[in-house]
Design a protein around this ligand. Structure first.
Ligand code: CP
Ligand code: NVA
Length: 313
């Protein structure tokens, strides 16, 4: 039986765990198109709208790509740091959500708890986008996959190897993308930095696996991917994490073990000589900074699809 149209709509982007393969593909296709058409200034689906950005963690790429993206689509942005709002003085998010839901047209939230973004979406009633939580970084992975498609043509048969903290927000969003979009995702991380078995059991496709030996993991890889070893909020554990993850650095010796044309990707910010050497980062700067640029195109695609699905236009 055909699904009613409403159930096919993308109402929010809260995680890739909850996103459908169909919506991810729609975002990727539109992101590639919006990148080609960036000079077309007449495409303004957010005309007359105001979007709130609530960021309780630092950001360069995500903040700038959303601010520029919303403006290019015709909307206005309110950047709300908890420092300047009553959130910083303890006003609950559930009250902030109900206030903003009556004033603005959508929200982009970067914070710690995934449950906060989900609660905001439910109580505000406006399209809500996860701009990074401790659990996921869905927008990042959509831009990364856009970059992979640009460089390799398709996802079919691709193998992405994630080295380092294999249980962080970026790794988890990659796992859901691999599960749903059908490419191989291998986590290469030591014990204590791998996703727990209970979480891994959620992945039924056979696309997600763990290979603790980095040299074995990178064999025949299309992409070597890494992220910081110390995510925001983990600063107190920095010394231990850096020591524990040393063997998972992307350096020229490891790159030499991968296919000759393997891509090296990093969501940035990068800590040179920690998760990646300066030499490898600079050798692959074109890919890495294209990933960063694609944040803009992917955010515009997400915003446009949320708007189209909300209005049916
Ligand atoms: N990759 C990423 O999300 O970067 P920012 O923390 O600068 O937004
Ligand atoms: N895992 C990192 C991603 C930064 C974009 C963090 O959460 O700090």
């Amino acid at each position: 039986m055909l699904q009613p149209a409403a159930s096919l709509a993308m109402k929010h982007l809260l995680s890739l765990q909850s996103a459908s393969a169909r919506d991810m593909r729609r975002v990727l296709e539109l992101a590639l198109q919006l990148k080609r058409d960036r000079a077309n200034l007449s495409f303004r689906p957010l005309e007359g709208q105001s979007w709130a950005m609530i960021f309780t963690k630092a950001s360069t790429r995500t903040r700038v790509s959303f601010e520029v993206g919303i403006q290019e689509l015709g909307g206005r942005v309110l950047y709300l740091s908890p420092r300047d709002t009553q959130l910083g003085r303890g006003e609950p998010l559930r009250d902030t959500a109900r206030v903003l839901g009556r004033m603005v047209h959508g929200a982009v939230i970067r914070t710690f708890a995934q449950s906060d973004v989900e609660e905001f979406a439910e109580l505000s009633g406006i399209p809500t986008i996860n701009a990074l939580t401790d659990a996921e970084h869905p927008c990042q992975i959509l831009a990364d996959i856009q970059t992979l498609i640009e460089r390799r043509g398709s996802l079919e048969g691709r193998k992405v190897v994630f080295l380092g903290d294999g249980d962080n927000n970026v790794a988890r969003s990659w796992m859901w993308a691999a599960e749903k979009l059908g490419f191989q995702f291998v986590i290469s991380a030591p014990e204590g930095y791998q996703p727990p078995q209970k979480f891994l059991r959620k992945f039924k496709s056979g696309n997600v696996s763990v290979e603790p030996n980095p040299i074995k993991a990178v064999k025949n890889a299309d992409v070597l991917y890494t992220d910081v070893w110390v995510s925001m909020g983990q600063e107190d554990e920095a010394a231990k994490r850096i020591a524990d993850l040393e063997a998972y650095q992307i350096n020229s010796a490891l790159v030499a073990r991968a296919a000759k044309d393997a891509l090296v990707m990093h969501c940035l910010p990068a800590y040179r000589e920690k998760e990646i050497t300066a030499e490898v980062l600079e050798a692959h700067a074109d890919t890495i900074f294209s990933e960063a640029e694609n944040r803009l195109h992917a955010q515009k695609a997400i915003l446009t699809i949320l708007q189209q699905d909300r209005t049916g236009k």
